[in-house]
Design a protein around this ligand. Structure first.
Ligand code: UDP
Length: 478
């Protein structure tokens, strides 16, 4: 029998590379030859996962493209996490467009049976079509956020609002979802044709013309929105998540994304000394960098809450390497009570530990779904992208989170100017009390459903089977 070959082309950001690597591993574990396409400086992030998969007898490989050099980007900048100012984002996007010719050469040479390309490569649909290859889109977010975002764009329910804190309901959704004006991205509010807005419009159009969308979610989590996406918004979609659960060994869970700034042993030793559900994990993903003032308020709020914590601190871009944000004597006072990780944390390993009782998160979809898959309730602190929608799913629909009250859409360097009292109140309420217990129980229920969804016969397992069978049927009809 001829083996299916699928190419996976993730956007150069860890929040996209991590789930696409998991996805490629999952396809490989079902007999597909999975090939990751990336650039030289991003390749190491895939190496261990690919090696592990090959060691298990599956077929995976990597193809490398040269990342174009453009003025306005730092030397050796091949990943969004190396961007140091919001003005660099459009230049970075422009650089990725130049990859088109290199991708087409690869497609022509290898003729894979399918190209799974990131939402941020809208041109990939046409590139694949040149060689009669179906292109699937991966946009890396929830059904809920996709539906809410689309209804907001289509109906502009905010158009008569004036003040930043004016509220509106997202129309046509199965639940009542309320947002305020300031939580919307500027390009949606103003309809201004910025380069970024144009890319997103192009991405939506190319999604419609593509073969369909792969969603990192499971049906039981957001069934009404999975149905809405397919039946009301007319998208072809396959849900195959939570993708993170394809990492079963300690090693795989510990080695996702970048090199951790703490050894797994040190981290687990610290957590092993704590009671179940007693520690907060605080981390805002791979892109957000909060200003010093905001970090200071978090420190004061955490200390006042008297809760134990692991806090992953990424420096603000303008703060050089100073630690001015740290309240005097904070780290000494927190010995045994709070662990600060400066850099990258082994997030999946931490969330899976029984000592973790809550996750203060920016509501990136990977972090959100990883928290759900680990049964951990969340304090929600969104900043940009579709994070404000994910917050509503967590707090209002699934009722497994408490909002810290962030209201301002700011790309990369946000924080929302949240005061220490709000941090203290939110983190206490996620760990302590009757409502905390109820939230935790709901979350444990979802964790169980997530586990079942990916096992044989589960909703995600079956949807992936259906997709692989469909791709295979094109192969046999060739
Ligand atoms: N992550 C991690 N360690 C860190 C920070 C992030 O392992 O210190 C991983 C996290 O587990 C998730 C991804 O990076 O898989 C972040 O993706 P998400 O969608 O949550 O946010 P983004 O970084 O895209 O804003």
């Amino acid at each position: 029998m001829v083996q299916l070959q699928v190419f996976f082309f993730p956007f150069m950001a860890h929040g996209h590379m991590i789930p696409i690597l998991d996805m490629a591993k999952l396809f490989a574990s079902r007999g597909v030859h999975s090939t990751i396409i990336t650039t030289p400086l991003n390749a190491p992030a895939f190496a261990k996962g690919v090696q592990k998969s090959n060691d298990l007898g599956f077929q995976m490989s990597v193809k490398i493209l040269e990342f174009p050099k453009l003025d306005g980007l730092p030397e050796d900048c091949e990943n969004v996490d190396q961007i140091t100012s919001p003005a660099m984002f459009p230049i970075f996007f422009a650089a990725t467009r130049i990859l088109k010719d290199q991708i087409e050469k690869l497609l022509e040479e290898y003729r894979p049976n399918c190209l799974v390309a990131d939402l941020f490569f809208p041109w990939a649909t046409d590139s694949a079509a040149k060689f009669d290859i179906p292109r699937l889109v991966f946009h890396g977010t929830s059904f809920f956020a996709s539906c809410a975002g689309e209804q907001v764009r289509l109906h502009r329910p905010f158009k008569n609002l004036i003040y930043e804190w004016d509220e509106f309901f997202v129309p046509n959704l199965p639940h009542k979802v309320k947002l305020c004006l300031s939580q919307l991205p500027p390009h949606v509010r103003t309809e201004e044709e910025t380069e970024f807005a144009k890319s997103l419009t192009e991405a939506r159009e190319s999604e419609f013309r593509s073969h369909g969308v792969i969603v990192n979610s499971f049906y039981e989590l957001e069934s009404e929105y999975a149905d809405h996406y397919r039946n009301v918004l007319n998208r072809r979609a396959w849900h195959i998540g939570p993708l993170s659960l394809c990492n079963r060994s300690f090693e795989e869970k510990a080695q996702r994304g970048k090199q951790a700034a703490i050894t797994e042993d040190e981290c687990l030793k610290w957590l092993n000394s704590k009671n179940p559900n007693s520690v907060l994990y605080v981390c805002f993903g791979s892109v957000s960098k909060f200003p010093n003032k905001q970090l200071h308020e978090i420190a004061m709020g955490l200390e006042a809450s008297e809760q134990q914590f692991i806090w992953v601190v990424r420096k603000g871009t303008n703060d050089k390497e100073t630690e001015d944000w740290m309240p005097e004597g904070f780290e000494e006072r927190m010995i045994g009570k709070g662990l600060i990780i400066r850099g990258w944390a082994p997030q999946m390993l931490i969330l899976d530990h029984e000592a973790i009782g809550g996750f203060v998160t920016h509501c990136g979809w990977n972090s959100t779904l990883e928290s759900i898959a680990a049964g951990v309730p969340m304090v929600t602190w969104p900043s940009f992208a579709e994070q404000f929608y994910n917050e509503k799913l967590i707090t209002d629909v699934l009722r497994i989170g408490v909002s810290v009250g962030a209201k301002e859409w700011v790309i990369g360097t946000g924080g929302g100017n949240i005061k220490r009292d709000a941090v203290e109140t939110a983190v206490r309420s996620i760990i302590i009390g009757e409502e905390a217990e109820e939230r935790r129980n709901r979350c444990k229920g979802l964790k169980e459903m997530a586990g079942k969804a990916i096992e044989k016969g589960g909703s995600s397992y079956s949807d992936l089977n259906a997709l692989i069978q469909e791709l295979g049927s094109y192969l046999s009809s060739c």
